[in-house]
Design a protein around this ligand. Structure first.
Ligand SMILES: NC(=O)c1ccc[n+]([C@@H]2O[C@H](COP(=O)([O-])OP(=O)(O)OC[C@H]3O[C@@H](n4cnc5c(N)ncnc54)[C@H](OP(=O)(O)O)[C@@H]3O)[C@@H](O)[C@H]2O)c1
Length: 167
């Protein structure tokens, strides 16, 4: 299982620290070339691998840690997200409801990342709290499938189906 964090700002770095604390390798990508943030990644730990967006999204599980306005740009980086799991850490701060077509923001993200198994998680925690290794368990539902994610702070990040999928 491979992991990536898209976005290496407040929340992306807090997630990266959780991976590093637990010795789990993770790719990170921003709008910048990897060379431009490799020092910040190295300061967190050798587990953090700066990559381009194109390289990072080859991971099986992709943590989405960008501002809501950037969601479409990240989603467009792949023609299909089929087979991937996207953990959506975003919040739609200041986004008018009409821009979401009146839908909950998580539905909007699910639509943008068409084909992905979407899990909403960690968005309810401030980066400073997440950086302190809290115990968090999150669940997401897509089609008829419920999954649980054991977060980075619990050594293994994995998804477990707790009900049968229709897909
Ligand atoms: N801050 C918190 O405590 C917190 C808590 C819970 C949830 N959240 C949510 O987490 C998300 C990120 O918040 P933040 O505070 O971490 O924001 P931030 O500090 O501004 O970081 C955003 C990151 O996203 C990257 N980015 C932007 N567009 C991108 C693209 N097209 N491709 C790849 N990377 C891109 C930026 O790249 P550059 O570095 O190159 O600019 C930056 O590293 C938001 O949706 C926010 O609501 C934040």
């Amino acid at each position: 299982m491979s992991y990536a964090i898209i976005g290496f700002g407040n929340i992306g770095q807090a997630l990266a620290k959780a991976f590093a604390r637990n010795g789990i390798e993770v790719s990170v990508a921003t709008t910048r070339e990897p060379e431009r943030f490799k020092a910040d990644a190295a300061a967190i730990g050798p587990e953090i691998a700066p990559k381009t967006l194109t390289e990072a999204i080859k991971a099986d599980i992709v943590f989405l840690a960008v501002r809501f306005e950037a969601i479409q740009d990240v989603a467009k980086a792949l023609p299909s997200w089929q087979g991937k799991t996207v953990v959506d850490v975003t919040n739609a701060h200041g986004v008018p409801p009409e821009e979401l077509s009146g839908q909950p923001s998580s539905k909007f993200v699910a639509w943008a990342f068409s084909g992905a198994r979407l899990v909403k998680g960690f968005n309810h925690l401030a980066a400073s709290v997440l950086a302190q290794d809290p115990a968090v368990k999150v669940a997401g539902e897509w089609c008829s499938c419920l999954v649980t994610v054991t977060p980075p702070g619990r050594r293994s990040v994995h998804l477990r189906r707790t009900s049968a999928s229709r897909r």
